[in-house]
Design a protein around this ligand. Structure first.
Ligand SMILES: C[S@@+](CC[C@H](N)C(=O)[O-])C[C@H]1O[C@@H](n2cnc3c(N)ncnc32)[C@H](O)[C@@H]1O
Length: 433
């Protein structure tokens, strides 16, 4: 692994933490500068690792340096984290990790800092006790921001540490079989023929396949032919719970990039599906997914709240509202989310979710069903949102979700059955007497 790769890792982490860019934007741009797939994967591993352990890496640096580097040298501060992460968490020989990290400093305009970086990394190598965080504050011990830890402690007094630990794990690779193209039995046979180990954990959801090892999905059987998509098993429950029936008018009101849109169409043929999103760029991915999976929908670029612009006047039989949310349920897949999301964002998101839910309800037929979904674990976006809605909406009632047992809403915690954190509430609209 080269010095260039380490410099790219440091710069990517700097862009995320100091400049507020998301890792899903910054990382692919950095990966374009590398040729080998193995190097691209390593870059991802390092950037994900620095995001996962940022408070501990900062704490170690604080103990070894009299003060952090000045503002103009911030990418080099991140290079130190990259170096320490390799020494502590990766199976790279120490001498290579140290010399290549020091070398990378030169390309980040840090010629004058090579001695300091070398000294810090050698101290980390010599002093394993620097990584004893048993008496550290929770934010350092668990590598999450304090506000999020407090919110989880309040919401899940018995489970908050499990959630934080699950967020530190690498997420498995889940596939969803496109049953319009191939049956689960045939697809599994194709995997077996290529010696690809998998499991099919949900008998009621046979299209959900968990691969034992991550891989380049474009090399799996049937990628080009649209036999499958990548989608976490929690998200795969959306189409199942929505349960659209042939001939129905369906609205997927926040559809991009189209994972659930496509699943709804794969599950039920002969639907009239409107797939709406206000983000035109993200809608390009909806078009691409529909084309690869050989599915059709009416795709509309519009704000769901601005009905005058897009609504054709027909009420919908079913509506999926996969609303914008804090994404606090998918931190294991997007480890930067914990740093990008701020406490104040939650109230703003909750208010937008309330507006979207109230607006969409007006578009639902009496007797129709609306599935409210988030990939959040915070009650303000989930259970509280639904409780408040039900308190004011006399024609709304909850349909119990059987997968969740007796409770009416379903909060999946990250890591449960190896799924992402997700929330579902299925709402029924009464028919007037
Ligand atoms: C959680 S993502 C949806 C993921 C998608 N359902 C899937 O499974 O691939 C939320 C989406 O809501 C969209 N969105 C946010 N506010 C919106 C609004 N007012 N009207 C329409 N779309 C909106 C965002 O652009 C984003 O693509």
């Amino acid at each position: 692994m080269s010095a260039q790769l380490r410099a790219l890792a440091a710069d990517t982490c700097y862009q995320v933490i100091d400049q507020g860019k998301s890792l899903s934007d910054a990382l692919p741009r950095a990966q374009l500068k590398l040729d080998l797939p193995a190097d691209k994967a390593l870059l991802q591993e390092i950037c994900f690792g620095v995001m996962r352990y940022l408070p501990q890496l900062e704490t170690v640096c604080q103990q070894l340096m009299s003060k952090p580097l000045v503002k103009q040298l911030r990418p080099l501060q991140f290079l130190l984290y990259v170096g320490i992460y390799q020494l502590k968490f990766m199976r790279i020989p120490d001498h290579a990790a140290i010399s290549e990290t020091v070398e990378a400093a030169r390309s980040l305009k840090g010629q004058s800092l090579t001695k300091l970086i070398n000294a810090v990394l050698r101290s980390v190598q010599r002093q394993p006790a620097l990584f004893d965080f048993s008496h550290a504050p929770d934010a350092v011990k668990f590598n999450h921001p304090g506000w999020l830890i407090s919110a989880l402690q309040q919401a899940y007094p018995a489970d908050w540490t499990d959630i934080l630990l699950a967020n530190q794990q690498k997420a498995p690779l889940w596939l969803r079989i496109n049953q319009q193209q191939i049956s689960p039995t045939q697809f599994c046979a194709a995997l077996t023929a290529e010696d690809i180990a998998y499991s099919q954990p949900f008998s009621y959801l046979p299209v959900a396949i968990k691969l034992q090892q991550a891989c380049d999905v474009t090399s799996l059987p049937g990628y080009q032919q649209g036999w499958f998509s990548v989608q976490d098993a929690a998200a795969q429950h959306a189409a199942l719970l929505l349960n659209a029936q042939p001939g129905e008018q369906v609205l997927d009101a926040c559809c991009a990039p189209g994972g659930k849109t496509c699943h709804i169409l794969e599950q039920t043929t002969d639907l009239h599906l409107t797939a709406l999103d206000r983000d035109e760029k993200r809608l390009e991915r909806v078009h691409a997914n529909l084309a690869r999976l050989q599915l059709e929908a009416r795709v509309v670029a519009a704000d769901v709240l601005d009905t005058a612009r897009w609504w054709q006047g027909n009420l919908f039989d079913r509506i999926l509202l996969d609303v914008p949310c804090s994404a606090t349920g998918v931190i294991r897949r997007h480890p930067d989310i914990r740093w990008l999301r701020k406490k104040a964002d939650i109230a703003n998101l909750a208010s937008l979710q309330t507006d979207i839910l109230q607006q969409a309800w007006q578009l639902l037929k009496p007797g129709g069903t609306l599935l409210y979904a988030t990939c959040s674990v915070l009650p303000a976006e989930n259970q509280l949102q639904i409780t408040q809605f039900l308190a004011h909406q006399a024609d709304a009632s909850l349909v119990p979700i059987t997968q969740a047992g007796t409770e009416a809403c379903w909060q999946i915690l990250p890591g449960a059955a190896d799924m992402d954190g997700f929330f579902f509430a299925l709402l029924h609209k009464a028919t007037p007497n």
